[in-house]
Design a binder for this molecule. Sequence first.
Ligand SMILES: [Zn+2]
Ligand SMILES: [Zn+2]
Length: 231
Amino acid sequence: MQEKIYTIPVNEAFEQSGDECPFCFLYKKLEKIELDAILGAAMMEPDIRIMTNKKGFCVNHYEKMFAYKNRLSLALMLESHIAELAKELKTGGFLSKDIGSKPAERIEKLEHSCYICEQIDEKFSKMVSTAVYLYEKEPEFLKMFNSKKVICLPHYKRLLRTANNSMGKKQYELFVKDTDKIISGYISQLSEDVSWFCKKFDYRYEKEPWNNSKDAVERAIKFLGGPSDID
Ligand SMILES: [Zn+2]
Ligand SMILES: [Zn+2]
């Protein structure tokens, strides 16, 4: 049962994420594992190379790999990815009717695929299911879940969809109520903090304290956008 496999990391994320979205916390852990793997031993494995050649990476993950120390691993991956693309992006004869449609389609596909995103997502979606399962079955987890201050919007959506697919009607209604309490509480605090942040730029408020608003913009971006490295 997949829920059992991920019980420990999901519990840990809820325990350790503090004031951060526990799912962003989980996502970033998974992302780090994938980045370490792809720029380490996995990079030379032929099966994985076939996939990275085909899927490529999103800009976010290109940038993260670029920031890692292992530039050679990245360059070797790029070398074979580009070589494969060079073949696939051939336009075909100039006399053919849809000249240019083949490379455009290939690029379109490339824009929507990322080896790392897909690797993370496979595990991440099981972890979201695990959280929903634990919410239903484990009173201790339920308590911890309801004590969370924030779940970011992308992960809120995901949770709602996952719960809707797996829970009974009554349980789902309770779940919606509980998550809504977290989200609406956070939104009202966040709007207050963002407004106060804006006010602080007005000379009349110059001498007032910052209260909780110093990092309001960072928190708003994380809440709206999901996993982020902004600190
Ligand atoms: Zn999140
Ligand atoms: Zn990606």
